[in-house]
Ligand binder design. Structure first.
Ligand SMILES: [Zn+2]
Ligand SMILES: [Zn+2]
Length: 316
């Protein structure tokens, strides 16, 4: 028999424990709500997945930039090593909304097959890959599905039994104009000047009152300037001309210089467009950050970020 005094004490302790337990649960729920609110209110951020160019470089993956809204994210280009770099982030493939290709140079597409297959297996599941790109992207998508035909069969029909819908591509060949708009995120494709590579696009993302513009590969041009106007973040390709002079023949160097943008020019574009932050990427070469910064800073007096893989830049 338990004496009344002890029973009362036990009951009081029990009530205290129950109240403490409820408080604990409430605190956990509150923390979870706060964390998810912070994640949702995290705003718009750019994550540089790969900042390199065609020449393989272990510290610079191929061209790939993510626009991260917290609850979903978008990919622009998918160069070599994209999935390996994404593996070093907290980005969840279940929240990957779409992939946009600026143009079909290999340093912007070589990682796409892996991104397609990996995101299917590890997050997209039954959602087709939403793929936007210039004319020619349909051919690339068809070849990609053919390339993985056996693998898709194994994983869909025999082994993991992944949903077949995720192993398909929701394809959009784009022309200049609004290419995506769900009421929360608007993406506008605009023509760039990367001749003789035609068409080539840049993309302007607008969400939560913020604007992120990604140049892709281009020489300076008025259309870029127009679409970059007032951007919170302009992600711009940049090169140092002396690198081409040193590495290539005079003829090849002249050709390469004619369809890219120097660090000096990137600074001039950022200044004329009145952007808040200039992010330099597609760095040619990838080992001279201070020179890139100094050249861009000649004309642009705002924030300059010389890109490196996995750098996260918030649009504020
Ligand atoms: Zn490129
Ligand atoms: Zn290119």
């Amino acid at each position: 028999m338990v004496p009344d005094r002890l029973r009362r004490a036990h009951n009081v302790d029990g009530r205290r424990q129950a109240a403490g337990g409820r408080r604990g649960i409430r605190v956990i729920v509150l923390v979870c709500c706060l964390l998810s609110a912070v994640r949702c209110l995290a705003g718009v951020a750019v994550v540089l997945i790969g900042t390199g160019f065609p020449r393989p470089d272990p510290s610079h993956a191929g061209a790939c930039t993510v626009v991260d809204l917290g609850h979903e994210w978008f990919v622009v280009d998918s160069g070599r090593g994209a999935t390996m770099r994404i593996a070093a982030t907290t980005l969840d493939y279940a929240k990957m909304r779409a992939v946009f290709l600026t143009h079909l140079h290999s340093d912007h597409t070589a990682g796409l097959p892996d991104l397609f297959d990996t995101s299917w297996q590890f997050g997209r599941q039954s959602r087709p890959l939403a793929l936007y790109g210039p004319r020619g992207t349909r051919k690339l998508a068809r070849a990609l599905l053919e390339f993985f035909a056996d693998d898709i069969h194994y994983r869909r029909d025999l082994l993991e039994k992944h949903p077949g819908a995720g192993a398909t591509i929701d394809l959009h060949e784009v022309s200049e104009g609004v290419v995506f708009d769900d009421g929360k995120v608007k993406v506008t494709a605009f023509a760039e000047d990367h001749k003789p590579v035609v068409p080539a696009f840049g993309y302007r993302f607008e969400s939560e009152g913020k604007v992120v513009v990604i140049s892709g590969d281009t020489r300076p041009n008025d259309n870029l300037l127009r679409h970059a106007k007032g951007a919170d973040v302009l992600v711009m390709e940049a090169y140092l001309p002396e690198y081409f002079d040193r590495i290539d023949s005079a003829e090849v160097a002249a050709r390469l210089k004619s369809y890219h943008t120097t660090a000096d020019e990137a600074g001039e574009i950022a200044a004329r467009a009145g952007v808040k932050t200039l992010v330099l990427t597609h760095l040619i070469p990838g080992n001279d950050n201070e020179t890139f910064r100094a050249r861009a800073a000649k004309a642009f007096k705002g924030r300059i970020v010389v890109g490196q893989d996995l750098l996260r830049i918030t649009a504020d």
